[in-house]
Design a protein. Structure first.
Length: 556
């Protein structure tokens, strides 16, 4: 925990954990202000968790959520009011502390000189010259100051962003590339299913971001808050602007924990868990081990979501554990799926149904989780009826694995890059933006209809890398993405149904059927999932090695 003092009464810091509250108490703090909206990152504790720890320690905790880069004068005035009212000293935090420092600076424009504000920020370790310019000039829109310029700028350093940066570097080491992401840690999110089953350790799915950014690529550790495509500019938190010749947008997907009423307040407690958050996947394993009978619910929201098979993977592996423990016959397992089918590609459903029947799973289609009461262990669903109407279904549970609804990140949905559905509007083959030929996108936030998986990003990255270089006149031909996606459906410990498919649900196996029949549960597919895919991710995909991923070219 890095606490930086601005004045005697106010300090700022990056994201804190509930366990940090006790330390803050010993440091003398009496109040905490959170400026970070919930669900900005997959490893972020919700404010309610911080507030519970603060209350227990006798500290005052207030949530003033401000989306990254959207610190306004009105919000600064509200923060000033909070600072006047709260017991002091106060700690304010966000993802990196920048948002909180910015709000403090804007709140002091009628109290301190620009020099005093800049000195306090610098002493705390925050270089916010653009904010100081904003204070000096009153309106940042009147400025046309660009803080950096790069040939290619990549927004997002997840699987897609690192992979495309590495593919670009492999093809043209001289290319000037910058990648923008505020995160300190890069996660192998496909591994969280196995963390939730007690097979992987959570720490094995994480690496420092600094160790993953390709050598020679500039890392701008900041949050993107907006796009100005007509000016070839990306706007960063702190009012900084970065200009590019080509832009690649791959910010991932937002898991909307607030999309289910009451979920945030009970996550990680009362038998409520989710493998979609890094710190909760171990709780899933704990719950599954401890359950000795009762009712276990698993949910899946409306599409699209990251890895459509993940909700049922958690269910199958849990059932396998209960079968091995001899408690499956005492456990009522229900799968509440907002959709109308078990899996989107029908070829793989028969194998999955064999496990549904063997585990005694009760399938509940057309059910969308709307509300959860953790303390009472009650879940409420909207059920879609054939005539188009809905009714309400309420049930109790002993444990529930929740997958919340998902959208493109807020700063993307509010941008000029999206279609009417809120996804980045790209050509499904070339992955070039339909309206801005200098912009490309890949990964979970795009409008493409492929499965949103790391396997899809692995195939998309070389396509985008080649087409970006072609658009710069550095290579010839056009690469095309065929919609490939893969979902290793872990149906039991030691067996996987390896679903591989293209646009339109066309089955596209990578191996001959005599070696690995993806439509049947396979030990070889489990070996791939457990032993081969993690090093393939870390040491091949993220390093520009395109084994079985190099695209075919047209017009070459």
């Amino acid at each position: 925990m890095n606490v930086c003092s601005l004045t005697a009464d106010i300090s700022v810091s990056p994201q804190i954990a509930p366990t940090d509250v006790a330390t803050l108490l010993t440091l003398g703090f009496r109040s905490i202000v959170c400026h970070r909206p919930d669900a900005e990152a997959p490893d972020q504790p919700n404010f309610e968790e911080i507030a519970q720890a603060a209350t227990a320690a006798g500290l005052k905790a207030v949530h003033q959520p401000v989306p990254a880069g959207q610190a306004s004068d009105r919000q600064a005035a509200a923060f000033a009011t909070l600072l006047a009212e709260l017991p002091k000293p106060v700690l304010a935090y966000c993802r990196t502390g920048t948002r909180s420092a910015t709000l403090w600076a804007l709140s002091q424009t009628d109290k301190l000189s620009v020099v005093e504000i800049e000195r306090a920020l610098a002493n705390a370790g925050y270089d916010l010259k653009a904010v100081v310019r904003r204070i000096s000039n009153a309106r940042v829109a009147s400025l046309d100051v660009v803080d950096a310029e790069h040939t290619v700028v990549i927004v997002g350093a997840g699987a897609a962003g690192i992979a495309v940066a590495s593919s670009l570097r492999t093809r043209d080491p001289s290319l000037d590339i910058a990648i923008i992401d505020p995160a300190d840690v890069h996660y192998y999110q496909p591994g969280w299913t196995l963390v939730g089953a007690g097979i992987f350790a959570a720490a094995d799915t994480a690496r420092t971001m600094a160790s993953r950014v390709p050598r020679g690529v500039h890392w701008l550790k900041a949050a993107v808050v907006g796009f100005e495509p007509d000016r070839h500019v990306v706007v960063l938190e702190g009012c900084r602007k970065v200009r590019y010749q080509r832009l690649v947008v791959c910010p991932g997907i937002k898991v909307d924990w607030h999309g289910v009423e009451g979920l945030v307040e009970t996550l990680g407690h009362n038998g409520v868990t989710s493998n979609y958050r890094f710190d909760l996947a171990p709780y899933t394993a704990e719950l599954v081990r401890a359950l000795r009978g009762g009712k276990a619910l698993f949910t899946q929201p409306p599409m699209p979501i990251k890895c459509a098979g993940a909700p049922q993977k958690a269910m199958y592996l849990s059932c396998d554990t209960w079968r091995r423990n001899g408690t499956l016959d005492k456990t009522q397992v229900q799968f509440f799926n907002a959709g109308a089918a078990l899996f989107g590609v029908p070829d793989y459903v028969p194998a999955l149904m064999e496990y549904v029947e063997a585990y005694g799973i009760d399938l509940k289609f057309s059910h969308t989780l709307k509300r959860i009461d953790g303390a009472q262990r009650r879940a409420v669903f909207d059920r879609a009826l054939p005539d188009g109407s809905t009714d309400t279904v309420e049930t109790d549970f002993d444990m529930i694995h929740v997958v919340p609804p998902q959208t493109a990140p807020d700063f993307v949905r509010a941008s000029p890059l999206v279609n009417v559905a809120g996804w980045i509007d790209v050509d499904p083959g070339t992955l070039c933006h339909k309206s801005h030929e200098h912009i490309y996108a890949l990964g979970d936030a795009t409008s493409t209809t492929n499965a949103k998986t790391a396997a899809a990003a692995r195939k998309q990255a070389p396509v985008v890398a080649h087409n970006v270089l072609a658009s710069l006149g550095r290579v010839g031909g056009t690469a095309t993405y065929d919609g490939y996606g893969s979902c290793p459906l872990t149906v039991e410990r030691g067996k996987v149904v390896l679903a591989e498919f293209l646009y339109g649900g066309k089955v596209a196996p990578s191996f001959p059927a005599w070696l690995l029949d993806g439509k049947r549960p396979s030990r070889l597919a489990w070996f791939l999932k457990e032993r081969i895919l993690p090093p393939l991710y870390w040491d091949a995909m993220l390093k520009g090695r395109e084994w079985m991923a190099r695209p075919a070219l047209a017009d070459g």
